[in-house]
Ligand binder design. Structure first.
Ligand code: GLN
Length: 427
């Protein structure tokens, strides 16, 4: 890979680290340059999670997905920018500055895997790894006009993925088209004994555009309040096209959507408050030279090196888990999560896949989302799949005012093959 392509990154800031002497090997991805999100561990290559607290951190080992990429012959050409610890929908909360959207640099690329999406959409790399806790692969794929797959929970090992909300998240492929997403997924999927939640379901599928007779559920809630009319219309047209290809459209309802966003934010902040406790200024990243008590040193280090959004979420999660509030928030969130899972189970008895928009709007302008709550609301259509652990893909389906719109297709547990085929048929 020439350095020229990467020098162009000044315009997008897609990479935190560029590996100019990346090596590659033989295998199904021989010589293919792949970008890796910066919360996925790469031995000897800086891995920051977009945070000042991990600046300069060199992991001593590779994430399982990275080992598989290397074994497949891919060249790991760089680590991509992201919202700090994956907390965000714009890639603006990175300690290394925002990434811009290659389609229109006045707009955000989405997040939190915005660097991976921009690296692909700008043409710097054909494929990238992202992670998705509540939409972080699908949102940037939709905003940048590329394809992104959030796999079934556990179908790709989380070994070496630095945890934000471990019960919700996973690593997945992003690329310019469905075939490449499918190729990359076949390399990274499968059981890994080092992640007890990983499942023994390798993926060896070749996309097929045969979707005649497939039943596609369209929940009314995916076109409800907050969804831009023009986005809704674009996605409705795309669903009409799927019908034209022989699929059967089934109008349906997902009442648990009312609680999904609250359930997601209580769960992810609770898990984050626990997972991020390990960043103490001693074990990872830059040290803290303070000669004060360990308690003061710990506090000072975290106050200075965590960004505002991360601190907000640690406080929210600590509150939600505290004695006396646990029953009011955390356990209610888990009950709502069960409702979401049951809604999907009920719908999937009747339909093969569910379709709707990936995001309620097109990409925001840079700096537009200043209020955290309004940013959280943008995740409403992506979080249900994470709460239920089911796979979902976003495929470009047109644009509104020159900005891409994503069609989201959600599948049954471990039925990535089916959503890949639906996306492939549409594409
Ligand atoms: N935007 C969501 C959040 O901020 C999703 C992020 C993600 O999937 N990592 O939590």
């Amino acid at each position: 890979m020439g350095t020229l392509a990467f020098d162009a990154d000044d315009r997008w800031n897609a990479f935190v680290t560029i590996c100019r002497n990346a090596e590659h090997g033989d295998g199904p991805l021989a010589g293919v340059p792949v970008a890796v999100k910066d919360n996925i561990s790469t031995a000897g290559i800086q891995t920051t999670c977009g945070s000042a607290i991990l600046e300069g951190y060199l992991p001593p080992y590779d994430a399982h997905a990275v080992s598989l990429l290397k074994a497949a012959g891919a060249a790991i050409v760089g680590k991509t920018n992201m919202d700090e610890f994956g907390m965000g929908t714009t890639t603006e909360s990175s300690a290394f500055g925002p990434t811009t959207n290659p389609v229109n640099v006045a707009h955000v690329p989405g997040g939190s895997s915005g660097g991976s999406a921009a690296a692909v959409a700008s043409g710097m790399v054909p494929m990238a790894l992202g992670t998705d806790t509540g939409g972080s692969i699908r949102c940037p794929a939709a905003f940048c006009g590329i394809v992104g797959l959030k796999p079934t929970y556990g179908r790709v090992s989380r070994y070496g993925l630095i945890a934000y909300a471990n019960s919700l998240e996973g690593i997945g492929p992003m690329a310019g088209n469905v075939t490449d997403v499918s190729r990359l997924f076949s390399v990274i999927a499968g059981k890994d004994p080092r992640d007890a939640t990983s499942i023994d379901r390798p993926y060896t599928h070749t996309p097929s555009s045969e979707i005649r007779g497939m039943r596609i559920g369209v929940p009314a809630e995916f076109f409800g309040e907050g969804v831009d009319d023009s986005v809704a219309e674009t996605v409705r047209t795309a669903i009409g096209d799927l019908e034209g290809l022989g699929a059967e459209i089934v109008e349906c309802s997902m009442p648990s959507m009312k609680y999904a966003l609250a359930a997601y934010y209580v769960t992810c902040t609770s898990e984050a408050s626990s997972n991020l406790a390990r960043f103490d200024g001693i074990r990872y990243g830059p040290g803290n030279e303070s000669k004060r008590s360990w308690h003061d040193a710990y506090q000072e280090h975290r106050r200075e090196r965590f960004g505002a959004e991360v601190r907000r979420r640690i406080m929210l999660g600590t509150f939600a888990l505290s004695a006396g509030y646990y029953g009011k928030y955390y356990s209610k969130a888990q009950a709502a999560r069960t409702n979401v899972r049951e809604d999907f189970a009920r719908l999937f008895r009747d339909v093969d896949v569910i379709a709707g928009p990936t995001m309620p709007t097109t990409a925001f302008a840079l700096g537009e989302k200043t209020d955290p709550l309004s940013m959280y609301l943008a995740d409403i259509l992506t979080v249900p799949a994470n709460l239920a652990g089911v796979p979902a893909i976003s495929v470009p389906c047109g644009d509104v005012g020159g900005l891409p719109v994503g069609l989201q297709i959600i599948g049954r547990h471990c039925e990535e093959e089916r959503i890949v085929d639906t996306a492939f048929a549409y594409e």
